[in-house]
Design a protein around this ligand. Structure first.
Ligand code: ADP
Length: 402
């Protein structure tokens, strides 16, 4: 079964075509950037062929059209006919409280995703543009929406409600939604397999550390708390996002700096975090080099980043009443051995005992000492495979119910 996975941002399309039944083999993948701008750029990988184009792409539909043409191109393509694509899986960021699971897309689902735009004004509109483009270009192919928020819909009210008047929850849906759900779900399933323990019995903490960072407490395969909240701004210190703040600070800054709400939003989202503290870069690698060269604020930014993660590991160990696994994923989690070492340093009292040699090896999956009571794992995330699996499940259930 061949499944096309699509992830549309405001000016980008990322895609992967997978053969889900043949060891989840990736047949093609690519990236279209700067859609709607003058200097659009497209990269496609089909088998061992790499194709780079610079066609002007006006919108998502035109972009997806290029993808489909290349996939069935007589010389470079890897499919004979588009009917070989059994289903399209779409990443949709916000599913609100309506979507607990992935959903087969129909008019009602589209309308609900549209109604959720106020909760994710930057993400849901391009996600919808991708859905609409795919439905018009592949009208007979079933389409499935897989939501970033769905995995966290298992949070209990005590974890998802803020200490605000309850009426705001009822009126506006103000609550913790959590994000990166597809990634947390993927790595927790993989970790359970790697540890040889059934998912239902596991207590684990998953740290997704990339440009955006979030940490999730998982019990029995279900998310029970997560650091991102009503928006992806809450929680950990990230590349350019501030994470947790005293909410009174927002009001204070508006008054003190005379900032308009949109300007402050920009400060909190794009000028804070590692970049804002260091004044140098949002990239951990740049900061590590600068730290070595004696840059004090680069060191401070990294210290704050690590400290916040440690704090959450402590908090989540407490709410889980114990821990079996600690998982690192995302660009920093997968590659940042030094960051992992600093995070685990001093956590031996929780049973988290890092093996420094294994931690340095790039191919290690388990990086804890053999006698560590908590297994520490590095698991490269793969949101596209997870979306393809979820899509396959929905399509098969649909077939069964006919
Ligand atoms: P996104 O959230 O956009 O998917 P990634 O998960 O790819 O991002 O993570 C990107 C981040 O990974 C970069 O900002 C960089 O800080 C970090 N990173 C990549 N390689 C390394 C490395 N070898 N050591 C530490 N951090 C790294």
């Amino acid at each position: 079964m061949k499944i096309l996975v699509i992830n549309c941002g405001s000016s980008s399309i990322k895609y992967k075509l997978l053969d889900i039944n043949r060891k989840e083999e990736v047949l093609a993948w690519g990236n279209l950037q700067r859609i709607g701008e003058r200097n659009s750029l497209q990269l496609h990988f089909l088998g061992d062929k790499k194709i780079k184009t610079e066609e002007k792409i006006a919108n998502h539909k035109q972009g997806l059209n290029q993808v489909l043409h290349i996939i069935v191109d007589k010389d470079k393509g890897i499919l004979e006919d588009l009917s070989q694509i059994s289903a399209v899986g779409h990443r949709v960021v916000h599913g609100g409280e309506r979507f607990l699971e992935p959903s087969l897309i129909d008019e009602e689902v589209i309308n609900t995703i549209r109604k959720l735009v106020p909760l994710a004004p930057l993400h849901n509109p391009p996600n919808l543009a991708g859905v609409e483009a795919a439905r018009s270009l592949l009208p007979r192919t079933p389409q499935v929406a897989v939501f970033d928020t769905a995995f966290h819909q298992s949070l209990p009210p005590k974890a998802f409600l803020y200490g605000l008047p309850y009426e705001y929850y009822k009126k506006y849906g103000i609550r913790r939604y959590g994000f990166h759900g597809t990634s947390h779900k993927y790595v927790c399933q993989k970790a359970a397999k790697a540890m040889g323990i059934p998912l239902e019995k596991l207590k684990m903490i998953s740290c997704h550390l990339g440009n955006g960072c979030s940490i999730t407490a998982i019990q029995g395969g279900k998310s029970v708390d997560t650091s991102m909240g009503f928006t992806p701004l809450e929680g950990l210190v990230m590349g350019t996002r501030c994470g947790d703040l005293d909410p009174a600070l927002v009001l204070w800054l508006i008054k003190q700096e005379g900032l308009r709400p949109a300007e402050l939003e920009d400060v909190l989202n794009t000028k804070s975090g590692l970049l804002g503290i260091s004044g140098l870069s949002n990239d951990v690698r740049d900061l590590q080099k600068a730290e070595e060269a004696g840059h004090g604020l680069a060191k401070l930014a990294l210290d704050i980043f690590v400290y916040r993660i440690k704090k959450y590991i402590g908090a989540y160990s407490a709410i889980l009443s114990g821990l079996d696994g600690l998982v690192f994923t995302g660009g920093i989690g997968e590659n940042g051995a030094e960051i992992r070492r600093h995070i685990c340093d001093g956590l031996e009292f929780l049973g988290i005992d890092l093996d420094e040699e294994k931690n340095k090896r790039v191919d290690s999956e388990v990086i804890s000492k053999n006698n560590s009571s908590v297994k520490i794992l590095v698991i490269p995330t793969d949101e596209e495979i997870m979306i393809a699996r979820e899509t396959q499940k929905i399509i098969q259930n649909q077939g069964d119910s006919l």
